[in-house]
Design a protein around this ligand. Structure first.
Ligand SMILES: [Zn+2]
Length: 377
């Protein structure tokens, strides 16, 4: 660990703040006829003492993920975000735009080009650079941000969206940690990273996505913009309250791992004892980490339903639980469907009304974490 250099500032001083042990690559869904065991890799979060960036410690080479379907919640948030950025005057009517997107999808390009911006050619400068969950996928954080900064035309704006570290800490979202996501940004650490490339945050917006997501607008220093506004100040104050620079503030996150895993296992076992049929929904990375930590197999959870055609005939990494098509919901008539992606709750209840009309219920797997769900088996 003493050999680790911070992905942003290069500093070597820091703390291991979350350790999930050896975990399968949550992006690699083996075929159902692949008996395993699946390869595992250390999954650990390290907090830099110099710049405060929370980051992935190890950097194993990971197989590619079958691309999932885009949740409606993500699509709606993108439209809302573009509208708000535009209303605040940060989206020009003309000019060139480029996007550093997430490999998991969720492009904003169509939304902004529909407003008159023109997409840039490869590597060309842009007046607006949009990065929606893109930067976190870069192993070298400084290089990745420097590349974006260098590409921004004079007077341009860099718009960055990230799942807030204060949310991860406050809601104890330990399973946000995953291979391939190299950075977990606080506004505090991101501000330091921006300073290092001659940029400053100017304003920000908050969204409910993933329990708390931030969209930050940054510009080059000397471009004549006012300093950070009160929204940025509020986010920095929230960071301070959450203790984003304090390794001790992460202990609750580590403590939640076992509590959440035990709660899930106990709940599934109780459902089984009561003769209740349970299915999972959402073959997402968060589900992989949770099922592995809880040592859940297909005896306890016969299948995880997912709408993505790319994930059919595959199984959950590190377990023998198959991924099933949505038709399985109607076929099984489950008493409960355990939802691993809380942002999908509204969407799945609308898409699969049969679950509830047949007497079943949707259960948010995240609420099993803190004893928030009363056991009624
Ligand atoms: Zn650092």
């Amino acid at each position: 660990m003493d050999k680790h250099a911070c992905r942003a500032c290069g500093g070597s001083s820091g703390h291991l703040v979350l350790d999930l042990g050896d975990q399968p690559a949550c992006d690699y869904f083996p075929r159902c006829d692949d008996p395993g065991p699946d390869p595992v890799y250390p999954l650990q979060m390290w907090l830099c003492s110099s710049c405060g960036l929370a980051q992935l410690l190890a950097d194993p080479t990971m197989p590619e993920e079958p691309r999932g379907t885009e949740p409606a919640a993500l699509v709606a948030q993108a439209a809302d975000a573009v509208e708000q950025v535009s209303s605040a005057g940060w989206l020009p009517d003309t000019g060139v735009v480029t996007e550093y997107g997430s490999p998991h999808g969720g492009s904003w390009l169509d939304l902004v080009t529909a407003r008159g911006l023109v997409p840039s050619g490869p590597g060309e400068p842009a007046d607006v650079i949009i990065d929606c969950f893109g930067l976190m996928h870069a192993a070298d954080q400084h290089q990745a941000l420097a590349e974006r900064a260098a590409r921004l035309a004079p007077g341009g704006v860099l718009v960055l969206q990230y799942h807030a570290l204060s949310t991860i800490l406050g809601s104890r979202q330990w399973n946000a940690l995953r291979h391939g996501h190299f950075a977990y940004y606080s506004t505090t650490a991101l501000t330091a990273m921006l300073t290092a490339v001659g940029f400053s945050p100017r304003t920000a917006w908050r969204f409910d996505l993933y329990g708390g997501t931030v969209l930050l607008a940054a510009t080059r220093d000397g471009d004549g913009h006012d300093g950070p506004d009160e929204m940025v100040a509020a986010l920095l104050a929230e960071d301070a309250r959450a203790g984003v620079l304090d390794p001790g503030a992460f202990s609750g996150l580590q403590g939640e791992v076992n509590a959440h895993a035990s709660a899930l296992h106990d709940w599934l076992a109780a459902q089984q004892c009561a003769g209740h049929k349970v299915l999972g929904y959402g073959a997402a990375s968060r589900a992989v980490a949770l099922l592995c930590q809880a040592h859940v197999d297909r005896e306890l959870l016969p299948a995880v339903v997912d709408a993505s055609p790319a994930k059919q005939c595959l199984r959950m990494p590190g377990t023998d639980i198959p991924v099933a098509a949505p038709a399985r919901l109607a076929a099984d008539g489950p008493d409960a469907v355990l939802l691993f992606v809380p942002d999908l709750m509204t969407e799945v209840r609308e898409a699969f009304p049969g679950v509830e009309t047949s007497g079943g219920r949707w259960v948010d797997a995240a609420t099993l974490a803190s004893g928030g769900l009363q056991e009624d088996a």
